[in-house]
Write a protein that binds this ligand. Structure first.
Ligand code: IMP
Ligand code: MG
Length: 176
């Protein structure tokens, strides 16, 4: 029995996730054809999503990563965002697609969008796997969204609770 069996209920299994990623990848492929695309993964939560998504994008893109930290060890946003690891290269003139695990209050993405815009990219768009609209505190344009979910704390497929459960191959809900 897997270690998480008594702690997590499945919300989106692997098949469901991969099917949606295929659709997102096709959409992104269409939208960025002929453009200089940099796909930026937000560490650490987006890594599994990121790795699967870029394999569904049929374009000569480049990749980079950004480390952001918005949470302490609990499940509530602190509202304070820090860049813990910056991009390796400038993005001036490039089309940037930010890949995020989940947009909850939106405060993290609001901060990141403002920061990236000062670097003069040709465009910045966001692709998030999950969105919790009921908790939104900032109005952020989400160009690509995998799934809209209710106000539940989810883990797995990159998302953590206190740094654990990131390695689950599915999205699940913590049992209370
Ligand atoms: P926001 O600034 O409130 O939008 O928070 C965004 C970040 O909070 C995400 O990138 C996640 O790292 C984390 N987060 C928000 N909701 C959840 C959740 O349900 N499970 C795990 N992490 C979450
Ligand atoms: Mg995150």
């Amino acid at each position: 029995m897997p270690f998480y069996d008594n702690q997590v209920n499945v919300m989106f299994d692997e098949a469901k996730l991969q099917a949606r990623l295929k659709e997102l990848g096709a959409e992104i492929t269409r939208d960025y054809k002929g453009q200089n695309l940099i796909v930026v993964g937000v560490l650490k939560g987006s890594v599994l999503f990121f790795a699967d998504l870029v394999r569904q994008i049929d374009l000569p893109l480049s990749i980079d990563f950004l480390g952001l930290s918005s949470y302490g060890s609990g499940t509530e946003s602190s509202g304070v965002v820090r860049i813990t690891n910056d991009l390796a290269k400038p993005i001036e003139g490039a089309h940037v697609l930010v890949v995020e695990d989940i947009v909850d209050t939106g405060l993290t993405m609001q901060f990141l969008l403002e920061n990236l815009k000062t670097r003069k990219p040709a465009s910045v768009k966001i692709c998030t796997l999950l969105e919790k609209p009921s908790r939104a505190k900032a109005k952020i344009p989400l160009h690509y969204t995998g799934f809209v979910i209710p106000d539940e704390f989810v883990v797995g497929y990159g998302l953590d609770f206190d740094e654990k459960f990131r390695n689950l191959p599915f999205i699940g809900v913590m049992r209370r």
